[in-house]
Design a protein around this ligand. Sequence first.
Ligand code: ADP
Length: 476
Amino acid sequence: MTLHKNYIGGQWVAGTDASVNINPSDTNDVIGEFSNASREQVADAIGVARKALVKWSGYTTQMRSDILSNISIELFNRKEELGELLAREEGKTRAEAIGEVARAANIFRFFAGETVRINGEKLASVRPGIDVEVSRDPVGVVGIITPWNFPIAIPAWKIAPALAFGNTVVFKPAELTPASAWALTEIIAKAGLPEGVFNLVMGSGPIVGQAMLDGVDAITFTGSVKTGRSIVQRATERMIRVQAEMGGKNPLVVLDDADFDTAVFCAVDGAFLQAGQRCTASSRLIVTDGIHDRFVAAVAQRIDKLVIDHALKAGTQVGPVVDQRQLDQDLRYVDIGIREGARCLVAGKTLKRETPGFYLSPTLFVDTTNDMQINREEIFGPVASVIRVKNYDEALAIANDTDFGLSAGICTTSQKHARHFQTNIQSGLTMLNLPTAGLDYHVPFGGRKGSSYGAREQGRYAIDFYTIVKTSYLTV
Ligand code: ADP
């Protein structure tokens, strides 16, 4: 079996031991072995990244832009092959995976452009004979910790702006999806960066992730609330810049006046595609009385027909969940929902397919209340609850009654309610007659409350995290 090594200081280096990566659609399919970096190797990676800072930030913006552009072109050219690898290790469908690689390519292309657009301000001083310039410096060595559910797009939306604005990088991907991260690293390694500018350290959160926190100048994380909180705490203790994107408990409000087909589409797509493993997935369907019964029946009928099978098989609409631990967690929440009195209209169960994998059918709970555990905690699986409400006001109050605030949608034809929702929903993303998941790559992404901490990611707003503002006073 091929051993995939870490990438430190421009060299491929073996770690202390290695982990085996398996395909969730077919647990007999072993993707490869991936080296786990030691704490010392993480420290080495931070050291070489620090050394490379002066050289890299001194590159012209054209040189940095060209390198990001090289990465983008290679990702576009190889999107089919990389998409297949991604689907094989993560379990999303081939089409979704190829789309994700194309998204990563677009992100690198976007930031190749942003690199040459870095600007500042020049102001007159309030004192005579002085000019004031406001410019942006790189933050330094950026630590990047990513989850398994978007194993190439999330790394791309952190790595591309970090490099664009002159930072160096130490990247730790999720344990479950090292293959996509390794493939991306191989592309980055050939793109023309000086040694040490980009480093890959694979391995566990408690060892590799923790070791990163001790040395970097800034940390950007996407993952669970629990890990995110501990990372924010450690980072603030060290007084380094931190950005954490965590979970969601995203509401989709469906009003009586909604276009019926649009509402059903938004619910099924937002809650169940990609097996519900998106932090923007709709998990609370908040539905007004007049449309409730018809809507619930249609959603139940639609999800019953979803084709759940091997991620790479033609016709598959939903692949397996990512691993046994996630499957157990999803089923545990189904039990919790039943025990706390939710009616299980469609009950999720494990499915047998031609190959052994973590196949799980969707669950739709009805007659739920917003205080139930299934409506308070992120499940991260193909499980959604319906909450019946009397009117828009009650729907909005329930939508906002949550510890999270990532994405929120409303299906309505009323402009009045749509505008009111857009203004008053406490979330970072809001969708009108669209699923809560499914986002563009060139605009800011992030949430409120327990969902996000720190500056926004993506689009032109990414510069705020990856640069530090400098104000210069110059006598003329
Ligand atoms: P999930 O439960 O979806 O795996 P996690 O928050 O545990 O979410 O993982 C997201 C990323 O955070 C992964 O790369 C993981 O290795 C990393 N991670 C987990 N625990 C820690 C930790 N204590 N310190 C730093 N990184 C961690």
